[in-house]
Unconditional design. Structure first.
Length: 273
């Protein structure tokens, strides 16, 4: 039984992408971490400001200090999230630590205007006691766990498969070159290539009979068109397809690079069909 909130969307490349939505608890933890870092920055600003202007008690310097503090607080509160979401592809430090990411509803990376809009609207989401009551109620009541900023900016906060993606970074094939070109090669596989009747020893014991034709078709489409994706889209789509297909394949014991795994499944399926 699954208790995760899931959302299925179709990417611009025509591939169905199944993501896990972040819940209120994980989002609160991520925000708490970010809020702590924001407070550290704000305190550091105050220390520097008072050490610089503290000896000058004139009305003018006081007004300048108050204005500078208000401006920095606004930048710290809103600009912090925009800066990190742009720099780290939808992940603030808090989201990175909790395995969350902001994306657009269609699965694309969050853009500047979407990030700006969703973060400016934090001023509304945090109302009623500055405890994000408005945002919390909306996250709990909307089908996609979206606060007001997400609804207006058309964004989602999703959970990344951190453990799985870490495994995919460590190839474990003993001789992967025997049956496919290295991952990220546009010539590793083509839909026009004829089926192969021979399988290398690494794949001879694999059982792919549980892989449905629909999943195999998605893998073929991805491998045939992967050179046309951006690096980020290629990495995420490959990992998502490999994660979905991994439980259906008997034989391999440790995940390899996702593209190599998909190539191997297609090869075994083709050789035995």
């Amino acid at each position: 039984m699954e208790f995760e909130d899931r959302f299925v969307t179709v990417t611009p490349e025509g591939i169905s992408l199944d993501v896990v939505l972040a819940g209120l608890g994980s989002r609160f933890i991520a925000f708490a971490i970010d809020f702590l870092l924001q407070m550290v920055a704000l305190v550091a600003f105050l220390v520097v400001a008072f050490s610089t202007f503290g000896n000058n008690a004139s009305n003018t310097s006081t007004l300048v200090l108050v204005g500078a503090f208000a401006l920095f607080a606004l930048i710290d509160f809103i600009g912090y999230f925009i800066f990190f979401e742009m720099l780290f592809n939808g992940r603030s430090p808090g989201k990175q630590m909790t395995g969350l990411r902001v994306v657009r509803v269609g699965g694309q990376p969050v853009g500047f205007w979407s990030s700006l809009l969703r973060n400016v609207l934090r001023l509304v989401d945090m109302q009623l006691g500055s405890v994000y009551l408005v945002g919390s109620v909306l996250i709990l009541s909307t089908s996609r766990n979206q606060r007001l900023g997400d609804l207006i900016a058309n964004t989602l906060v999703i959970r990344e498969r951190v453990a799985a993606e870490t495994q995919w970074k460590n190839p474990t094939w003993t001789s992967g070159a025997e049956f496919s070109a290295p991952a990220w090669s546009s010539t590793a596989w083509s839909p026009e290539a004829p089926g192969r009747a021979w399988l290398p020893p690494e794949l001879a014991h694999w059982d792919v009979s549980a892989v449905p034709d629909s999943e195999l078709a998605l893998a073929r489409a991805f491998l045939a068109n992967r050179s046309g994706y951006t690096d980020e889209a290629r990495r995420r789509l490959g990992a998502d397809l490999a994660n979905r297909m991994w439980p259906l394949v008997a034989g391999p014991t440790t995940p390899s690079q996702p593209e190599q795994f998909l190539e191997a499944v297609v090869l075994v399926k083709s050789a035995r069909s």
